[in-house]
Design a protein around this ligand. Structure first.
Ligand SMILES: [Zn+2]
Length: 427
């Protein structure tokens, strides 16, 4: 028995919108029919989902997430994190290795993959670290980690401080045909700062994280990427200077790609209501000028993809306040509706642009066979109700943690059915 999804709206990157019937059989997309002539396929013996008026998208892909397992299961685990992803319409997620232990050995990669297979509901692809324990001192065994199934190497959570270490890492990754994914942050410029260096920090007497702490690494690393020929991917771009450097590097044919998070597209330091740590993340919320720059970077292709940087922390941890609370906010469950409401409904982006940057584009950047509704491909499908307006409610959050600044926001465009590898994992 398969699943017929009838009369849904599909959209491509050029925003060409077509009504289609889609048949899922086993874990594959078995048939796609044009629905514009009003014909209904023979559905006897199949489950039927009426998707009339709804968007039928390839399952969303999130290449930057924190599932917190192993080591921080009080914040999130693979079971809860993948369910939170499914609620947000994500069917493929790439988890960052700053767990405890960090993902720097084949055993830990296997642990993640086994847990994801037995307890997860969507596809989990791990990153391995660049350096052992993310200490920046010694490279991990890139070849063994690749063999075990990592999709790239990153010390996310911290920057690789030594240029020589980064160059060695890039040369090794390039020789294996693998990407380096960089959290860009120069530690010497950010000592003890919880927020952006700007108006909020000044008003509250806090130290600030300057834009250069991010951009200096971007500038350094695009030169190292040029020297080594590696595919270099920049995490969570937040500054005008980083956008400028990436744009410049792309013009010179350097193999650089980049990602941006919904909160950096939507919020600036001027929106932070007070000392509430649900507005604390790394990189921090920057100035309105930076927000405008990352939006333009995404729009002109300098920044390739949208990721959430889903980063759960408990209420107790976040209650420690702006200075002491850990960095990070949730991402999965509000990403699409936030961007649909604030960019598509306002006429700034087409629906096709948004869907492309959350599906096909990330698949292309990382060479994944997902993000498509083509016949024969894996049946990862997200059905989105584009019409209902609903508030973000804390009690509806599926993640084990609740740390988001978007509680109470009235949003439109909610995933209502998520199908991963042919199975309904959220409805
Ligand atoms: Zn990071």
């Amino acid at each position: 028995m398969g699943i017929w999804i009838l009369n849904g709206l599909t959209v491509d990157a050029n925003n060409v919108q077509t009504k289609k019937h889609v048949l899922v059989e086993n874990d594959k997309i078995a048939q796609v029919l044009d629905a514009s002539n009003g014909e209904v396929p023979q559905t006897a013996g199949h489950e039927v989902i009426d998707a009339a008026g709804k968007l039928v998208s390839p399952g969303f892909i999130d290449m930057h997430v924190h599932l917190r397992e192993p080591g921080f299961e009080h914040k999130e685990n693979i079971a809860t994190g993948t369910r939170s992803a499914a609620r947000g319409g994500f069917t493929t997620i790439a988890c960052m290795p700053n767990t405890r232990p960090v993902i720097d050995t084949v055993d830990t990669v296997n642990y993640i993959l086994d847990k994801a297979a037995t307890e997860g509901v969507v596809r989990v692809i791990p990153y391995g670290t660049i350096t052992k324990n993310e200490l920046g001192r010694e490279l991990t065994d890139f070849a063994a980690l690749k063999e075990a199934g990592v999709i790239g190497y990153t010390d996310d959570g911290v920057g690789v401080q030594s240029a020589q270490m980064m160059k060695d890492a890039m040369a090794l990754a390039a020789s294996l045909g693998m990407p380096i994914i960089a959290h860009c942050e120069d530690d010497t410029l950010v000592v003890g700062a919880p927020v952006n260096e700007g108006t909020f920090a000044t008003k509250h007497g806090l130290k600030g994280i300057p834009n250069e702490s991010e951009a200096i690494h971007v500038g350094r690393d695009v030169l190292l990427a040029e020297a080594t020929g590696v595919h270099y991917h920049v995490c969570h771009v937040s500054t005008e200077q980083s956008v400028r450097l990436i744009r410049h590097a792309k013009q010179f044919g350097i193999k650089v790609t980049a990602e941006v998070c919904p909160h950096h597209l939507l919020l600036s330091e001027e929106d932070i209501p007070g000392m509430d740590a649900n507005w604390k993340m790394n990189p921090p919320l920057r100035t309105p000028r930076d927000v405008q720059a990352v939006i333009e970077g995404l729009e002109d292709g300098t920044i390739d993809i949208i990721v959430t940087d889903h980063a759960p922390h408990t209420e107790e941890e976040k209650a420690k306040g702006m200075m002491l609370a850990p960095f990070g906010i949730l991402g999965f469950e509000t990403a699409f509706s936030l961007l649909y409401t604030k960019f598509v409904l306002t006429g700034k982006w087409t629906l096709g642009f948004l869907v492309d940057r959350m599906t096909k584009k990330p698949a292309d950047v990382f060479g994944l066979p997902y993000g498509t509704l083509e016949v024969g491909s894996v049946a990862d499908i997200t059905i989105v109700d584009l019409d209902t307006t609903k508030a973000v409610l804390k009690e509806e959050i599926v993640s084990r943690s609740k740390n988001t600044p978007f509680i109470g926001w009235e949003l439109q465009g909610w995933p209502v059915v998520t199908i991963a590898s042919g199975k309904i994992v959220w409805s």
